[in-house]
Design a protein around this ligand. Structure first.
Ligand code: ZN
Ligand code: ZN
Length: 331
């Protein structure tokens, strides 16, 4: 093991040595972000993080390190600098977004925002290690969902919409679609409200892949989308599942905790179905893919059963419809 170097601090005496970018050391009135690297002995500000994301080559990385102009601090000073610079995002201003895009968010989504359910805590490379464990007892929206990351960042929503409507954008999304994204998956595909299909205040939810022109309508409204996610997330359970625990009992506890915080946003029937499924024991099953092949998996519900439940419970005219988003929505 590498020996931790120490430093003598005028305030705190002999302490472990840490490095921070010169911007963090200079300090501002406003938080400027705090990004740290494993094993947590270096940290840099938001501007340095942006610059880092643009580096490609080793030379560029070296140049980046020089630009950060690292300074030595003691571990105690590091802690207080971290505390005052972590950016806690302001909650999204939905009214502002509504005015900007002349839309009206579904009532369920508004309630979730008001009840702080869109907040997954401080993001960044240490999210899984630092923030996630604190969220497990009272999971925010779809924390244990089906490969989904909920957005709670107005800038992210606006940037994403700007990109989609940009003529230069590689996806070439037809301008007659009105997609307002609210989440993404690990691959960078988007989950969005599809406002051009709005009907009687119900706004369908659509999946927009980044590397395929075919979008898919997942639900007729946000409530149904949440239900679908909670169902689909237990079709295949393995170590990569967000709610995974060594002990099945603890794994179940995560799911029931989630159901509890999500109940106000689901129908009585949806709650009943999820409750019944979550009470099952984990079982193995074989899934036959439509193309003829099959694979073994383990879960609380099979893909076939989920399909059946979705068709029964979430039925609406556009359910599961796929369409090419580069082509006009008008027939
Ligand atoms: Zn910096
Ligand atoms: Zn110190």
């Amino acid at each position: 093991m590498e020996e931790v170097q120490s430093v003598y601090c005028n305030q705190h005496g002999q302490q472990d040595l840490k490095l921070i970018c010169s911007h963090l050391l200079a300090g501002r009135n406003e938080p400027i972000g705090f990004y740290e690297c494993e094993p947590e002995d270096m940290a840099w500000c938001n501007e340095c993080e942006k610059a880092l994301s643009k580096t490609r080559t080793d030379d560029e990385q070296d140049q980046w390190s020089q630009d950060c102009d690292y300074k030595i601090v003691c571990a105690v000073c590091w802690g207080s600098i971290k505390e005052s610079n972590q950016i806690i995002k302001n909650p999204m201003n939905l009214t502002e977004l509504e005015q900007k895009y002349t839309i009206q968010y579904p009532e369920v989504y508004r309630q979730l925002a008001e009840n702080n359910m869109l907040d997954w805590g401080v993001s960044g490379s240490n999210w899984y290690h630092d923030t996630f464990p604190k969220l497990k007892a009272n999971p925010p929206l779809l924390l244990f969902g089906y490969d989904i990351e909920i957005w709670n960042d107005q800038e992210l929503v606006e940037t994403s919409i700007d990109e989609m409507s940009d003529e230069e954008d590689y996806r070439n999304i037809h301008p007659d679609y009105q997609f307002i994204p609210f989440a993404q998956n690990g691959a960078g595909d988007l989950y969005a409200f599809q406002f051009d299909l709005q009907n009687n205040g119900e706004v369908p939810v659509v999946f927009i892949p980044h590397d395929d022109e075919e979008a898919e309508i997942l639900a007729g409204n946000f409530q149904d989308f949440i239900f679908r996610q909670l169902l689909e997330s237990v079709t295949e359970i393995d170590e990569d599942s967000m709610f995974y625990e060594e002990e099945e009992e603890n794994l179940k506890q995560n799911l029931f905790n989630q159901l509890k915080t999500h109940e106000p946003y689901l129908t009585a029937k949806q709650i009943e179905i999820l409750n019944t499924i979550y009470q099952r024991d984990l079982f193995e099953y074989t899934y036959k893919v439509p193309n003829g092949s099959s694979f073994e998996t383990e879960g609380l519900v099979t893909f076939d059963e989920v399909e059946e439940i979705i068709n029964q419970q979430l039925s609406f005219e556009h359910l599961n419809r796929r369409f090419n988003y580069t082509e006009s929505p008008k027939p």
